[in-house]
Design a protein around this ligand. Structure first.
Ligand SMILES: [Zn+2]
Length: 377
């Protein structure tokens, strides 16, 4: 994610913090600021600890995903929570179920472990009293211990709400997918997500909590994105990668000059161009690479000097969804389609967008039949 800073590397996964994360200790300090400087300091420390638990929660998702062979790019912490960026989607509802459960499970284990140690150290009564007296009395180490236990319980409960994009929504979708199929299951779980968002929004406005409506808006749009993504997946599953290749997309040769390339890219929406030599793919050059090279060296260089030689590929017989997954996995704006050793062309965002347009056209669920109708005059 843009604007993020890498702060640690855990089990081979980068832990990043978005710049807006600086708000987190500030929000904690504001929440507890009524109890003076000590309260504000307590709030800031507590909030940072909670985000430590959020990071462990995301690590839970990540490690189970990796056990299923799904690459994990990084974990990013933001004020609204954490995101573990997975390189591809779970293959089966069973995998999705276990990956989704792993996050809240971490918080359940933490709550139980911290609760057990807390009871040993302070006793049940002291912890209970600390929860009741929190935000009224000066915070102590018992308050801190009680709050980290309750915040892990809260993290587990909130994330298990059965609505997308929450973990509970993924669990629900996995269950429903066994009976309804992936797309219908997603739509149902996403509708619950929108409902939850509206509920949270109203609750925040009525209760005067300014953070809830922000979370509600985030959940509302994320639920919509999940539903749309499921429809795109269905459409792209039904198209062979070979059939989506545009044979008229401009292609270059290694000896194409940057000036010629520049002219070609002005007149097309494409952001990546195949570089061919006697029908063989030798590399791919992107719009940005051409522009940067022209700026640096002028128009007389050759595309061969700036092109990428490592190009992700898919077989032409694979569905277009496989091409999209490959692009996500490789963080690449293009993938080359090969079939029986022949280079057919590139799939880029342009081809995906063209095919995904059908999602809107086919929204009624079935393609509208075009029937020959007698002309009325
Ligand atoms: Zn989670």
């Amino acid at each position: 994610m843009g604007g993020s800073l890498k702060v640690a590397r855990v089990a081979g996964i980068d832990l990043k913090v978005h710049w807006s994360f600086v708000l987190v200790p500030v929000l904690g300090a504001l929440q507890w600021g009524g109890l003076g400087t000590r309260g504000a300091l307590f709030g800031a420390v507590l909030m940072l600890l909670i985000f430590g638990f959020v990071a462990l929660h995301e690590l839970g998702h990540s490690l189970v995903a990796r056990a299923f062979g799904i690459p994990v790019k990084d974990i990013t912490l933001m004020p609204l929570g954490g995101i573990a960026l997975l390189g591809k989607k779970p293959k089966t509802p069973g995998q999705e179920l276990l990956i989704a459960l792993a996050g809240p499970a971490v918080n359940v284990v933490l709550a139980l472990g911290l609760g057990w140690v807390g009871v040993e150290l302070f006793g049940v009564e002291a912890l209970e009293r600390a929860v009741q007296a929190a935000r009224v009395e000066q915070p102590t180490e018992v308050t801190l211990w009680a709050m980290v236990i309750t915040s892990n319980v809260a993290l587990a409960v909130f994330n298990m709400i059965p609505a997308l994009p929450m973990d509970g929504g993924r669990v629900l979708r996995a269950f429903l997918a066994w009976f309804l199929g992936f797309e219908k299951a997603t739509k149902l779980a996403a509708s619950l997500g929108r409902l939850l968002a509206v509920g949270l929004g109203v609750l925040g406005l009525v209760g005067g909590n300014p953070l809830l409506p922000i979370i509600a808006v985030f959940i509302f749009f994320a639920a919509g994105a999940e539903a749309r993504d499921a429809s795109v997946t269905r459409v792209l599953e039904g198209i062979r990668a070979a059939d989506a290749v545009n044979p008229y997309a401009p292609r270059f040769q290694p000896a194409t000059t940057l000036g010629e390339a520049m002219q070609a890219l002005i007149f097309t929406p494409y952001s990546a161009f195949a570089v061919e030599h006697f029908g063989r793919l030798v590399g791919v050059v992107t719009r940005e690479q051409v522009m940067a090279a022209v700026n640096e060296w002028g128009a007389h260089g050759y595309v061969a000097g700036v092109m990428e030689r490592q190009v992700p590929t898919v077989d032409g017989r694979e569905p277009l969804e496989a091409a999209r997954q490959k692009m996500n996995e490789a963080l690449s704006p293009f993938v080359a389609v090969l079939q029986d050793g022949l280079f057919l062309g590139l799939i880029t965002e342009v081809e995906l967008a063209q095919q995904a347009q059908w999602v809107d056209a086919l929204k009624s669920g079935q393609p509208r039949r075009r029937e020959a109708r007698p002309v009325e005059r």
